[in-house]
Design a protein around this ligand. Structure first.
Ligand code: ADP
Ligand code: MG
Length: 355
């Protein structure tokens, strides 16, 4: 007998390839929202309003007052690798925008129903366009796909409906709507703190729903922490502004040992990107441990600025993980700097160090 003959190798259908790729970029509503928020910020918006239904699975909507999108660009908007932000590979070393891959809207259009309403400053009307699998699709009542003139404010409204309707496994992997909502809330809250100049709101869809995040534009990250995370955190913050190692500039708001909470809230931005660094998180948590009751943790907002050529934002499509040079040394330097601040706060205010 022996093994069965091999199955023959065939090229995958483009739609299948794109749907798989989309799943790599968009894991859950909060990821889609992060991309949409970043697009709004890239477009220079000073106001961003997010509306969510069923944790973002039924509806994820974001309205900004940014530049809008040129009507002539709407036909290619959701094609993969179409972008207004990157032209040449070398631009990556000095990229100042969040986006650059031209993958987000394309990905979303492959796993959800996507509608865009947008108006630029010099256009008398807005345009409405609907997308599926990377392409414009005819609106109801239309035969040919084309952006349709309509009324609308300057800026862009993006509606993502029925996320993962065509990716059953991904849909099954979703948490209950309320948990997904909290992940969305987390992303919105973090951007609201870091982008203090932008008015950010988040609400659940439905008449009479109260906004869960509502900031006005202006003020400082400390002001936003008070609004978003509450006065109990805000009144215990120590502020650090320093250059630590390898030209790493750190701006931080960290709680003093008076404050402790069950869950470590760690807001980390590297060159304005919301990222995660489990290593840095562990280092900070360990640093605070002697100052905290057992099992309790601090609140840390940390914004690092590194010379762009020392940061590689290109490591993963979600851009959630960035790699930077001299990571170990920089983490050690940040830890030392925060420790110094905690110790001086401790010395001046006589906090009890737990033993
Ligand atoms: P990227 O951000 O990497 O360029 P995206 O798929 O996220 O890719 O967006 C594609 C393009 O669509 C952007 O380069 C930008 O020109 C335009 N765009 C997307 N969202 C907005 C928005 N909210 N306002 C203005 N332009 C937008
Ligand atoms: Mg983008």
């Amino acid at each position: 007998s022996g093994p069965a003959p091999p199955a023959r190798i065939k090229k995958l259908d483009a739609t299948v390839v794109n749907r798989i790729a989309a799943g790599e970029v968009i894991h859950r509503p909060a990821h889609a929202l992060k991309e949409l928020l970043e697009n709004a910020l890239d477009a220079g918006a000073t106001s961003v309003a997010v509306t969510v239904k069923d944790g973002g699975l039924t509806l994820l909507q974001i309205q900004d007052n940014g530049s809008g999108i040129h009507a002539d660009d709407l036909p290619v908007l959701c094609e993969r690798f179409t972008t207004s932000k990157l032209r040449a590979y070398d631009d990556l070393t000095r990229i100042a925008t969040y986006g650059f891959r031209g993958e987000a809207l394309a990905s979303i259009s492959h796993v959800a129903h996507l509608t865009v309403v947008t108006r630029t400053a010099d256009s008398p009307v807005a345009y409405r366009a609907q997308y599926a699998d990377g392409n414009l699709v005819p609106a109801p009542g239309q035969t040919k796909p084309a952006p349709k003139p309509c009324a609308g404010n300057q800026g862009t409204l993006i509606q993502v409906e029925q996320l993962f309707y065509n990716v059953r496994n991904r849909l099954k992997a979703m948490k209950p709507a309320n948990d997904e909502y909290h992940l969305v809330l987390d992303v919105v809250a973090r951007y609201a703190v870091h982008n203090a100049q932008v008015a950010v709101s988040l609400r659940k869809a439905g008449a009479g729903s109260v906004a869960d995040v509502a900031t006005t534009g202006g003020g400082t990250p400390a002001d936003k922490i008070k609004i978003v995370y509450g006065a109990a955190v805000a009144k215990e913050l120590l502020s650090i502004d320093d250059t630590v190692a390898h030209d790493c500039q750190m701006t931080a708001l960290v709680t003093n040992p008076n404050y402790s909470t069950k869950k470590f809230t760690f807001l980390l931005f590297i060159n304005n990107r919301l990222v995660e660094s489990p290593k840095l998180k562990r280092a900070l948590d360990a640093l605070y441990a002697p100052f905290m009751p057992k099992g309790m943790h601090p609140f840390v907002y940390l914004a690092l600025t590194l010379p762009p050529h020392k940061v590689d934002v290109n490591v993963h499509p979600t851009k959630q993980h960035v790699q930077f040079l001299h990571e170990e040394e920089i983490i050690a330097a940040i830890r030392d700097r925060v420790l110094k601040e905690l110790q001086s706060a401790n010395a001046s205010r006589h906090f009890a160090v737990q033993t």
